[in-house]
Design a protein around this ligand. Structure first.
Ligand code: COA
Ligand code: AMP
Length: 636
């Protein structure tokens, strides 16, 4: 079927379309009702269906006689380890760990926080939680104890699963002290912590609370799969919003399984048994969907890579893994390829490996800049697919659907809406804009399966943040335009969210940290263009009257505070002192204007401005300090 036919079917007759997709899965009770509004008025998928996501991802394949097929390849250049885990072995490991969690009191609907590095036990823990019908919340290892504490308080987990350490190239990062500190900081106290001791570092245990991972597994009986409703939550994944409090994106079981299963063939062109590699981290949505659930539900082999694109040991790491395991589809953030390009600009290392099994390279997580796109196509000779998605959707909103016959690509565009997503470009009044006109990217409701139905414990925040601005639409928070052929171009966030090395961060949250410094009267954090990471945050600070502090010392203190409160992944390395920040007459900092100046965009000064001369003043400070992106569109 062509892309156009498939897209038309999904948008014009969504219930028939998604019923057909749902029939491809092994439900305990197949759904009769495909789409129905819930008590909040949100369209929910497969409401009377019952299933278990772990069953689909693991046991189903064993039942189909594929138990000996490799489910997970663990490749860890940082520990010199390689391991293959078959579906049968995965079933044993997951059911035993699920039994262990059950013995700690975890049951359907309970939450379990997972704070782990990229090791198979992280995936096993996620699947084990799903097996029990419980809800996991994975927290990325680069977040600080403070961030972990916020998530523990919000999710209220019965158990936290962790490992003694992660390894960042050659540095051992101790995880357990962070878990201990987070639990100390959090008001809510989980009853148990399950700790996997890694040989690189032994962590201390808290008597009466901590349980050793291996001892727990050895002493537990395997647990079976618990049936859940399609609309029961599978996981909560926290993502950055515009304030300091992260949003717990809720993913349900049924819609998620159906959408991911559909995407594996349609978007990624995979067949069961193929090797799919998302070089991300299980702490991000890409890791949830395409290291764990998508490939496993579809019966592929997935790779858990504990390494970086460069320096583990060199810029050929990706190509080595692709050759060694005959990877058919490789998926990573553009930053990873910019890092490889920086170290191997001529792509010499690519030639050292046989990439004949690799059919397509997928990129997402941040804007794919045309130079990185062209370099990757030229040096690898492979098609490169840019696709746009968000934690909120759990899968791609726009892509070049390889399984429906790849469309011609356009550098800078994430191609066309995926079947199920009715994408519109709106002006500030909610009117649809014509081709080639930039506006807010919105998706007409109902959203297709897998998209969030709410924010954990806070439907009001979901309504206010996504649904209120344009009634009848989901507002994506991204701006962009569609060209005359229907290709979508994402131009960046319209809110206070930035993308640093493919990691989504809130400038508002960083501002809250900077503002808590005793010398700082006011501040604004903006994303500034960076050749490697796409964007990096820079803090503009205004000192309190009479404060005399050395600018470098202040910067060092602020940088340390952000590392402590948010984590190293925030990458805030630079702050500057400014004489004034442009504000409205009511005293609101004009953040949008600052963002526009930093990105070298045209801007208009709002009529509500307090003093128009503050704009030229801040612009010249930012130019002076090299904070304005003055590259031409061809260079970007
Ligand atoms: N646990 C603990 N710390 C972590 C971590 C983790 N899982 N991941 C990152 N960090 C730390 C890093 O060690 C670094 O700390 P430092 O400031 O003390 O050096 C900091 O967080 C920033 O990390 P990162 O943004 O990864 O920068 P880097 O310079 O170490 O590496 C790249 C640069 C390009 C190699 C790396 O950013 C990368 O691989 N990016 C791809 C991102 C990606 O896959 N995103 C997923 C979305 S699809
Ligand atoms: P996350 O929720 O962490 O996946 O981040 C989602 C945000 O990343 C989106 O709202 C976009 O701003 C950005 N993003 C993701 N994919 C792309 C892409 N292909 N092109 C441009 N921006 C992207």
């Amino acid at each position: 079927m062509s892309y156009q036919q498939e897209y038309g079917n999904a948008v014009n007759n969504p219930e028939a379309f998604w019923r057909e997709q749902a029939e491809k899965l092994a439900w305990y009770k197949a759904p009769d009702t495909i789409l129905q509004n819930d008590e909040n008025g949100i369209g929910r998928w497969f409401v009377d269906g019952e299933l278990n996501t772990c069953y689909l991802a693991v046991d189903y394949h064993v039942d189909q006689g594929k138990g000996d097929q490799t489910a997970i390849i663990y490749d860890s250049p940082v520990t010199n380890t390689k391991q293959k885990i078959s579906y049968k072995e995965l079933q044993e490991a997951v059911s035993k760990f699920a039994g262990g969690l059950a013995s700690l009191g975890v049951k359907k609907g309970d939450r379990v926080v997972i704070y782990m590095p990229m090791i198979p036990q992280a995936v096993i823990a996620m699947l084990a939680v799903a097996r029990l019908g419980a809800i996991h919340s994975v927290v990325f290892g680069g977040f600080s104890a403070h961030e972990l504490a916020i998530r523990i308080d919000d999710a209220q987990p019965k158990v936290v699963v962790t490992a003694s350490c992660g390894i960042e190239i050659e540095r051992v990062i101790q995880y357990k002290p962070m878990v201990d500190e987070a639990i100390e900081l959090a008001e809510y106290k989980p009853s148990s912590v399950v700790l996997l001791q890694r040989e690189q570092c032994q962590a201390s245990m808290v008597e009466g609370r901590d349980v050793d991972y291996n001892t727990l597994v050895d002493s537990s009986e395997p647990a079976g799969c618990t049936a859940v409703k399609a609309t029961d939550p599978l996981y909560i994944l926290y993502t950055s919003g515009t304030t300091g409090k992260p949003k717990g994106v809720v993913r349900d079981n049924g819609g998620h399984a159906v959408a991911l299963n559909y995407s594996m063939s349609t978007i990624y062109g995979m067949q069961p048994g193929d090797v799919f590699w998302a070089a991300s981290d299980v702490g991000w949505v890409v890791g949830h969907s395409y290291i764990v659930y998508g490939p496993l539900i579809y019966g592929c082999t997935t790779i858990v890579y504990e390494g970086k694109p460069v320096r583990t040991p060199d810029a050929g790491g990706f190509w080595r893994v692709a050759e060694e395991y005959k990877v058919k589809a490789l998926f990573a953030a553009p930053t990873a390829f910019r890092a490889i390009r920086k170290e191997d600009p001529d792509g010499k290392l690519i030639g050292d490996y046989d990439l004949s099994a690799l059919e397509t390279i997928f990129m997402a997580g941040e804007r794919l800049d045309p130079p990185t796109y062209h370099w990757t196509v030229e040096k690898t000779g492979k098609p490169v697919v840019d696709h746009w998605w968000q934690t909120e959707t759990g899968w791609a909103i726009c892509a070049n659907p390889v399984g429906l016959g790849t469309l011609p690509t356009k550098a800078g565009s994430s191609t066309v809406p995926v079947p199920g997503f009715n994408v519109k470009i709106l002006d500030s009044l909610g009117n649809e804009l014509p081709a080639n006109t930039q506006g807010t990217i919105a998706i007409e409701l109902p959203l297709p399966p897998s998209c969030l139905p709410t924010i954990w414990g806070n439907f009001e925040r979901f309504k206010q943040g996504y649904l209120s601005e344009y009634p009848g639409y989901y507002c994506s928070g991204d701006g962009g335009y569609v060209d005359e052929e229907g290709y979508l171009f994402i131009m960046g966030r319209t809110d206070d969210v930035i993308n640093v090395a493919g990691h989504r961060l809130s400038t508002g949250e960083m501002e809250e940290v900077l503002a808590s410094h005793e010398a700082v009267a006011e501040c604004s954090v903006i994303g500034v263009a960076d050749k490697l990471k796409g964007q990096v945050p820079v803090g503009l600070t205004l000192l309190k009257d009479g404060v005399d502090i050395d600018e470098e010392q202040l910067q060092a203190e602020l940088v340390a505070m952000v590392r402590e409160k948010i984590g190293p992944l925030a990458c805030l390395k630079r702050t500057i002192v400014v004489p004034r920040l442009p504000k409205t007459r009511s005293g609101k900092i004009l953040r949008k204007l600052l963002r526009q100046i930093a990105s070298g965009q045209e801007y208009s000064v709002p009529s509500t401005i307090d003093d128009p001369s503050s704009v030229s003043e801040i612009q010249s400070v930012m130019l002076d300090k090299g904070l304005v992106d003055d590259r031409s569109p061809e260079e970007v």
